[in-house]
Every structure is written in C-alpha cells, then in structure tokens.
Design a protein around this ligand. Structure first.
Ligand code: SF4
Length: 302
C-alpha cells in the first residue's frame, strides 16, 4: 500500500527524515518554493530596479535557482535577471552543462552571457591542471571562477550575484572552515555579507538539501545529470561530504543543525571579528584584502 502525504490524501513521493513528513508532489514543490522565498525575504531582500546576475553552470542547483528566481521575480519589469556561465575549459565536462544552460535560459527567455577562462586568463583549466601547482585544481578553479563572475557582475551594474549553493554545500563549507580554523572566511559566510568592490553574493537554495534540489529539478524538467568533473576527486570537500552524509544518515537533520547553529552565532562572530576593509588588486583592480588578489597570485603574476 502506498504511503500518503501528511498534508493531503495523495500518494507521497518523498519522506523528509529531518522533518518527519511524507509529502506528495504538490506539497513537496510548495515546501521547496516556500523555503526559497523565505530565504530571499529573510536574508536578501530585493529592492526596486535591481540587476541580479545569476551564476548558471547548467547543473541542477543553478538551474533550479534560475528557474525559481525567474518564477519569483520574472514578472517584475524593474528587475533585470542576467544568467552568467563560465567555461573553465574542462574537456568532456563543461560543454554539456553549457548546452544545458543555453537551453534553460532560452526556455525562460533570460539574457545569457558565457565567459571563459581562455578569454579572461589566456589559459584553460585543463592547461592549469597540467602544470606543477602548489594547490589542488579546485582551488584554482574556484578562485578564478569567483573572480570572473564578480568582474562581469560589476561591469553589468548588478547589485546581487546569485550562487546555487544548496544546504549540503553550505554545511560542507561551514565544516571545512571549522576544520581549517578559518574564522575570517566564516565571517564572510554570514548572509548578507556586503563588501565594497564585491557584488553581494546571495544563495537562495541554502536551506534546500541537495537531494531535494535534484527531485525538484526532475519534477520540473530541469537539467539534472551533468556528469562528473574529472578533477572533482581532488577536493577535500569530498571527504567532508562523505562525513556529513554519514552523520545525516545516522542523525537526520544534522546539516540543518549545522547551518542554523552557524546562522545563530554568525552575527556575534561578525561583531567580534569585523571584516577587513578591502583594497584593490595592484594588477587587475579587483577587490582584495592584500596587494594582489587571489586570482593574480594563483596565476603567478607579479
Ligand atoms: Fe572546478 Fe573542481 Fe568544480 Fe571541477 S570540481 S568544476 S575543477 S571546482
């Protein structure tokens, strides 16, 4: 016999172990959308006449985010949504996701700009990965992508830059910062963290578990499967992911607890440890905390 939704008489499609609720398709979708709207209202209120840049890789997270932002804000004539995708130059991986991003932006009628490492940095991620390096591939990729997105968002006059981090990503980041003892980075995670020279990063999916993002994407015909990046296995994040998944399995709600606990101490943290005022990179002009930005340092510029 099928299990019924706890809110109506329809068959349930998901059991949320952390909430103890069985939900049908309609109530599951409502739950996801309610959490996203609440996150935007609570942390990142959208004012009149804003331009919002949306980082869209073409994977499930950024696709759900763009779909939802378009659903919530698409009818407002004073709001301009612009999708930004980055082609890092990873053979056999990025091409597929970019095609998915193109398909979704054209389906929604959202302006779409594709940026590339090759154009911006004169080298691809594959070329960087083949060199002798001090850090893991993902460290280079993450810093360079962040920099290129911020640069373009500033150029477009965007007041917000939306990033598709889900609950799992946020919980992993908090745990990684704890493990590294990186308190300064934790302070910058406090939403909304406004820093001069950096477009405000917003994370509308930060309260949605990754599995639910995937299910929401599936139910709405959004891109789902992207294949794996050939460098993904290098990331320390994978070890933290496994650890948190194991905890979540044994103690449902662990990821939510980690995030809500962090949010509660976040304001105290930012009062005690004020964020350092940013300077401009001597070489590229991007906002940074020292003479050279991380991107220029990693690229070996002097
Ligand atoms: Fe870049 Fe690492 Fe993500 Fe691959 S897994 S796209 S190298 S950050």
């Amino acid at each position: 016999m099928s299990i019924k939704c706890d809110k109506c008489k329809h068959d349930s499609i998901i059991y949320q172990r952390y909430s103890g609720m069985h939900l049908c398709k309609k109530h599951f979708m409502e739950d996801v959308e309610r959490k996203i709207k609440l996150t935007i209202r609570k942390h990142y209120s959208v004012r009149k006449n804003e331009t919002i840049a949306v980082a869209v890789s073409g994977g499930k997270d950024s696709s759900v985010m763009l779909y939802m932002l378009h659903k919530i804000l698409g009818a407002r004539p004073d709001i301009r949504l612009i999708a930004l995708s980055v082609d890092e130059g990873i053979a056999g991986y990025r091409h597929n996701t970019l095609e998915q991003a193109k398909g979704l932006t054209s389906r929604l009628g959202v302006e779409h700009i594709i940026l590339s490492f090759r154009e911006q940095y004169e080298r691809t991620m594959d070329e960087i990965a083949s060199l002798e390096r001090e850090k893991g591939t993902c460290s280079y990729c993450g810093v360079l992508r962040k920099s290129i997105l911020n640069r373009k968002a500033l150029e477009l006059g965007a007041t917000k830059l939306a990033i598709g981090h889900n609950l799992d990503d946020e919980a992993q980041t908090i745990m990684m910062n704890h493990l590294k003892g990186d308190v300064a980075r934790m302070v910058r995670l406090v939403p909304p963290c406004e820093l001069e020279g950096l477009v405000l990063r917003i994370k509308p999916l930060r309260y949605i578990p990754e599995k639910e993002v995937a299910m929401y994407a599936y139910l709405n015909g959004l891109p789902l499967s992207t294949g794996a990046c050939p460098y993904a296995h290098e990331a320390m994040r994978n070890e933290v992911r496994e650890m948190l998944d194991d905890f979540e399995d044994k103690h449902p709600g662990t990821k939510y607890s980690l995030l809500s606990g962090f949010d509660k101490i976040a304001n105290v943290l930012s009062r005690e440890i004020p964020i350092a005022k940013l300077a401009s990179c001597r070489l590229c002009g991007q906002a940074c905390s020292s003479e050279l930005c991380q991107a220029c340092k990693l690229l070996g510029k002097q």
